[in-house]
Design a protein around this ligand. Structure first.
Ligand code: ADP
Ligand code: MG
Length: 845
């Protein structure tokens, strides 16, 4: 049974309890295994069994919960259908496309009608699906094909425009209403238009005329309040009603209840001529402030996805491909793998591929953050979205569409942004029961004050303040906004974090384990010394290289390269065997040759004594000593050096400053490993040498059993099991290959400094989350009792519901803004205060 995943853009969510309700609604659909709704990017991510649940069931579940799903619809002619079975085949092909909700094909009109989630599916994927099924597609005439991808953008924009209109109306009527009401309360105006009333008997208190005139003013208040309450505030009622129909209550319920209480109470005062103050301005101001808050919040929220938009924006829109020898400009989405693409100086490379003609310097900084432009020659890989600097060249497209490195990065980041951090659990549980609890508190507040003082109005105002100050939104936004900004900021620096859970775990690491080769060192070993018995170095190198020809180990390749550089002609080995972690063995011209570590020679019972000095000298220099022997006799030693990356010691110093325990793990000899460790400022005690490839994972496990939270940093080639075993696997990418599923964090360039940066970023993000959550809890815990009038008996201070609405709006904006600060934060790690930083430069200068 294959689980399918679907992402749907959801509309109408206003707060965390909304996300919860949708999740619950989705989970009730048979076949749904998991559902996650992210409030920050307004997406639902659903894992389901396609046998049991259909995408359209999922959409209707969301709609049933009272929310909307943004979908797009396209109709296009299909060619080549001859019979009814063709029709079902095309339908099936279309329905199989991720994101397609419904697909119907009409054989009579030969048209397909497809409803799909934009952003998941798009026009080109639909077209490709039809083509793959063996049919043709006619581009819908006059329709802006590219525009379909922007449906989501357009829908969101319409939502914003509607919000803005409602806010404008609320301000236009609410502000004068508020000013007049304030002026009246402060006795600044004695209603000015009843000039004649002045001449008449001026009665102190509630004279008959005064009362009448006051009434006139109150009617004016009502007229001003009406559009605010029922036009601008319409969504609160609508959403509250939708929730109520499902026996639930949400944020909108609170606002609708609070403002309605103030409004209808005032209306009753006015209509029934009760004696009392009216609170139309309170109702209007509540609505205006909440709308203003939501408006600002939405703007801030949209900035949390700025990083991912920047990434998507890197994708060039056109490509120039060679079709029958002619350069043709086509949309990038239509470039097919295998086609030859031409790139001119200064242009962006449209897709990934292999350079076939010409050469150039390419700026890859936009993807990997690598600032040095890279020289590219024939046969080198080029990556889409990077910028061609100097030369013109052609390349063969290898990865297009969703396969390109950029598309994968974008997908990874989007997935991470949509994922839920475990810390969010508590906030989720609380926001699920938050609204009913607040309503209960409001009721208790009302009853308590009413029975204590007999003052209906006062009791009501306290209750309204409680309803309005409570803010589940800040609870709901605290985690996902920080996760979005944090993971996005990481991507901009070349750090891809798989999901929020990884982010959370990475913040509490205690130990970092490094693979030596390719991680601390460049992983480009080269032969530096050849020491042979009879002084015949060439013969020794030829012998060793003949065996290593069949080896894929970097050490073997280095030996073969050295032999080739000397134009030695190599023999064909027979019976080749790689001795994992030890060396290689093969028959060359009838002789059994062994090439490998000194330890291997010892184990084979070979006499290494005459070579001990050479071996130890090489190892002391940080070189790997490879011994070559045949027929029981050692012929010589080859020294292979792998230089340390320039940035490694800086990274290690930074990690030491962060007080992390560091371990270097290698299959290499201890002395070599310690020499390398010394070069980068690692103590000899932190070296685990001569670890067989299979044991790397168990070494990690051993550290974990000792109570450490371990990150393993490796190139992912031969240390995948260790990466998987570690609490956090950090894979160092070479170039922009991001297809590293085993890793929790993928670094887009082989720069070890990204490790402290990634950890610092996760720590910063977690600190932001915790601070957000603290703020959101504290705000509610303090705000609600204040609004309920707990301090009133002692201080006589009453929290106005208008002020409460302002506080509530501020509260969620504060949370989002606080998360946004993560984007601007430099993610260089902060030196830990107290202990003076050890500068490495002086240690091995
Ligand atoms: P690393 O942890 O550096 O990747 P490996 O576990 O792959 O190391 O190898 C450990 C040791 O085994 C090497 O340092 C080397 O001495 C020896 N060895 C492995 N493969 C080869 C080979 N193809 N040729 C020579 N020596 C080898
Ligand atoms: Mg290795």
């Amino acid at each position: 049974m294959a689980t399918k995943q679907l992402k749907l853009p959801v509309t109408g969510m206003t707060c965390a309890s909304c996300a919860n309700r949708i999740e619950r609604g989705l989970k009730k659909v048979p076949g749904v295994e998991a559902a996650q709704v992210n409030l920050a990017n307004e997406q639902a991510t659903i894992s389901f069994d396609p046998q049991q649940a259909q995408p359209k069931n999922l959409v209707s579940a969301i709609e049933h919960s009272g929310y909307g799903v943004i979908t797009d619809h396209v109709e296009f002619p299909v060619t080549g259908m001859t019979c009814a079975s063709c029709q079902t085949r095309v339908e099936k092909a279309l329905r199989k496309v991720d994101g397609v909700l419904q697909a119907n094909v009409n054989l009579a009109t030969e048209r397909a009608s497809v409803e799909y989630a934009p952003g998941v599916a798009d026009w080109s994927t639909l077209k490709a699906a039809v083509a793959a099924a063996g049919y043709g597609v006619i581009e819908p005439a006059g329709e802006d094909v590219a525009g379909h991808e922007d449906v989501e953008v357009a829908a969101r924009r319409a939502e914003v425009a509607d919000q803005r209109r409602k806010l404008m109306v609320a301000i236009a009527f609410g502000l004068p209403l508020f000013l007049l009401a304030m002026a009246q309360d402060l006795k600044l105006i004695d209603p000015w238009w009843w000039g004649s009333a002045r001449q008449m008997v001026h009665v102190s208190g509630m004279g008959e005329h005064h009362q009448a005139n006051l009434n006139a003013l109150n009617w004016l208040f009502l007229i001003l309040a009406l559009p605010v309450q029922f036009y601008s505030g319409a969504d609160f009622y609508r959403n509250a009603w939708k929730a109520l129909r499902h026996g639930a209550a949400n944020m909108d319920t609170l606002i609708a209840l609070g403002s309605s209480a103030a409004f209808f109470y005032s209306l009753a005062v006015l209509l029934f001529g009760w004696f009392g103050h009216v609170y139309f301005e309170t109702a209007a101001v509540i609505i205006t402030l909440i709308l203003l808050g939501r408006f600002l919040e939405a703007r801030a929220k949209s900035r949390t996805s700025a990083s991912i938009r920047a990434l998507i924006g890197l994708q060039p829109s056109i490509a120039r491909v060679l079709r029958s020898g002619v350069e043709t400009e086509i949309p990038v989405s239509e470039v097919r793998a295998g086609e030859i693409v031409a790139v001119r100086p200064g242009e962006k490379i449209p897709v990934d591929g292999v350079l076939t003609a010409g050469q150039s310097t390419i700026d890859e900084s936009m993807l990997s953050g690598e600032s040095m432009p890279v020289e590219k020659h024939e046969g080198d890989l080029v990556t889409g979205a990077t910028v061609n600097r100097s030369g013109a060249f052609q390349f063969r497209a290898t990865r297009v569409g969703k396969e390109t490195a950029l598309a994968q990065i974008v997908r990874l980041v989007q997935e991470a942004q949509g994922s839920k951090a475990p810390v969010q659990g508590l906030a989720d549980r609380i926001s699920a029961i938050f609204v009913p609890i607040v309503i209960a508190i409001a009721v208790v507040t009302f009853l308590a004050w009413f029975f204590a003082t007999g003052d209906f109005t006062r009791a009501l105002i306290f209750a309204v303040a409680v309803l309005v100050i409570a803010c589940p939104c800040s609870l709901g936004l605290a985690t996902p906004t920080a996760v979005m900004v944090g993971t996005g900021a990481g991507a901009e620096h070349g750090i891809l974090i798989k999901n929020a859970e990884a982010l959370e775990r990475a913040s509490s690491l205690t130990t970092i384990v490094f693979d030596k080769t390719g991680t601390i060192t460049k992983g480009e070993p080269s032969v530096t010394d050849v020491v042979a018995a009879a002084g015949d170095e060439r013969q020794l190198l030829r012998l060793a290289a003949s065996v290593e020809r069949s080896s894929e180990h970097p050490l073997g390749e280095a030996i073969v390269r050295a032999a080739e550089a000397q134009s030695l002609d190599l023999a064909r080995p027979d019976r080749f065997a790689a001795l994992s972690g030890h060396g290689v063995e093969a028959d060359v011209n009838g002789r059994t040759v062994v090439v490998g570590s000194p330890r291997l020679m010892d184990e084979r019972g070979l006499d290494l004594r005459p070579w001990r000095a050479v071996v130890e000298r090489l190892q002391g220099e940080g070189k790997t000593a490879v011994v070559a022997a045949s027929d029981g006799i050692v012929h010589g030693v080859i020294g292979i050096a792998d230089t340390v990356k320039e940035t490694s010691s800086e990274a290690i110093a930074e990690l030491q400053r962060m007080r992390l325990r560091l371990v270097m793990l290698t299959g290499d000899n201890r002395r070599t490993a310690e020499a390398i460790a010394d070069q980068v400022g690692l103590a000899a005690g932190s070296v685990l040498a001569e670890v067989l490839p299979d044991s790397k994972a168990s070494e990690v496990k051993r550290l974990q059993d000792g109570g450490q939270v371990v990150a393993m940093v490796g190139d992912g080639i031969n240390d995948a099991p260790a990466l998987a075993q570690a609490d956090i696997g950090i894979a160092m990418g070479t170039g922009t290959d991001v297809a590293m599923e085993a890793a929790d964090i993928t670094l887009l360039r082989g720069d070890l400094r990204l490790v402290p940066q990634a950890i610092a970023l996760s720590q910063r993000t977690m600190r932001t989350i915790k601070w957000n959550l603290f703020w959101a809890f504290a705000y509610n815990v303090i705000g609600i009792p204040l609004a309920a009038g707990v301090v009133y008996p002692f201080t006589g201070w009453q929290l106005s519901p208008m002020f409460a609405a302002g506080a509530m709006a501020f509260s969620s904006i504060f949370v989002v803004t606080n998360s946004l600060r993560l984007r601007r934060a430099r993610i260089e790690p902060v030196p830990t205060a107290g202990k003076p930083a050890t500068r490495l430069a002086s240690q091995h200068a």
